[in-house]
Design a protein around this ligand. Structure first.
Ligand code: SAM
Length: 265
């Protein structure tokens, strides 16, 4: 295909077939799976999936690419949803396909964080998610407390998913060649038992505001960063040292604080 890559849609097409195969191998699609690809682009991964399973759904924003995909794959093979994945209702797609989704994608890097947050709302409708992302974003997703990469993205995703970095991908694997290294990551929604063990926050909105407030003042101690929400003695009663910094707290610590702030601690 002779498509001219559009920067505004984060188009870096995967041209290394070995990497494309490794992604499909990592997903290991089965005939009964409901695979949905975000941003199929020129179909590098799409075509490989369709060698192994008979049907796939995809969400693509670029009209020209959508038209090319429609002429290449028939509707029985590819259900193509033309539109913005950031606005897409993955729950409706899951209902339409009669089963939970397996989401895959070489994601547009310019919208990767908002897309991860949007998809987190549909975690209950997903079996798993496999993404190619900027390596630095993957490092933040899987980071452990007290490491430099640990932050809002780590906490907000780790409260919902078990995540694993699978392998790195060099810039030469794409056209055009990006300035950054990439990596493939697997996200698996935590089971109810896993979430309970972690101390799932009772109020997701309060949890998000506590995490936001903490990491917007990363250099301050918790005593100062969370002053408008909870005082130091209350934190101490929860077993959290208010002299620590936001990056020192585990996901469970944040859940405990959020429950106290929400009045259900
Ligand atoms: N999957 C292809 C590959 O591996 O070569 C293309 C990957 S390219 C990094 C990102 C793709 O996502 C492009 O096809 C782009 O048009 C599409 N895209 C960008 N923003 C999008 C959005 N908001 N919703 C859906 N697709 C989007």
């Amino acid at each position: 295909m002779g498509h001219r890559p559009r920067k505004r849609f984060g188009q870096n097409f995967l041209v290394d077939r070995t990497i494309a195969r490794r992604i499909v191998d990592a997903v290991n699609p089965q005939p009964a799976d409901h695979i949905v690809e975000i941003g199929p682009g020129e179909g590098a991964i799409t075509a490989l999936f369709l060698e192994r399973i008979s049907h796939l759904a995809a969400v693509e924003i670029d009209r020209d690419l959508a038209a090319e995909l429609r002429s290449r794959f028939n509707p029985a093979q590819l259900t193509l949803c033309e539109g913005d994945a950031l606005q897409f209702d993955f729950a409706s797609l899951s209902t339409q396909l009669h089963g939970p989704l397996r989401v895959v994608g070489n994601l547009p890097y310019n919208i990767s964080t908002p897309l991860l947050f949007h998809l987190a709302e549909f975690a209950a409708h997903c079996v798993d998610l496999h993404f190619m992302l900027q390596q630095e974003v993957v490092a933040r997703m899987v980071a452990t407390p007290s490491s430099p990469e640990y932050g809002r993205l780590s906490v907000m995703l780790q409260v919902r998913y078990a995540m694993e970095r699978l392998f790195g991908v060099p810039p030469e694997s794409f056209r055009p060649v990006p300035k950054v290294q990439s990596a493939v990551v697997r996200l698996r929604p935590l089971t109810l038992a896993e979430r309970t063990a972690l101390g799932v926050p009772r109020d997701a909105a309060v949890f998000a505001s506590v995490v936001n407030a903490a990491f917007s003042m990363r250099r301050k101690t918790l005593r100062n960063a969370l002053a408008s929400m909870i005082d130091a003695p209350a934190m101490e009663r929860l077993g959290v040292d208010p002299g620590l910094r936001p990056e020192n707290l585990s996901v469970k610590d944040y859940a405990v604080i959020a429950d106290a702030v929400a009045g259900c601690g």
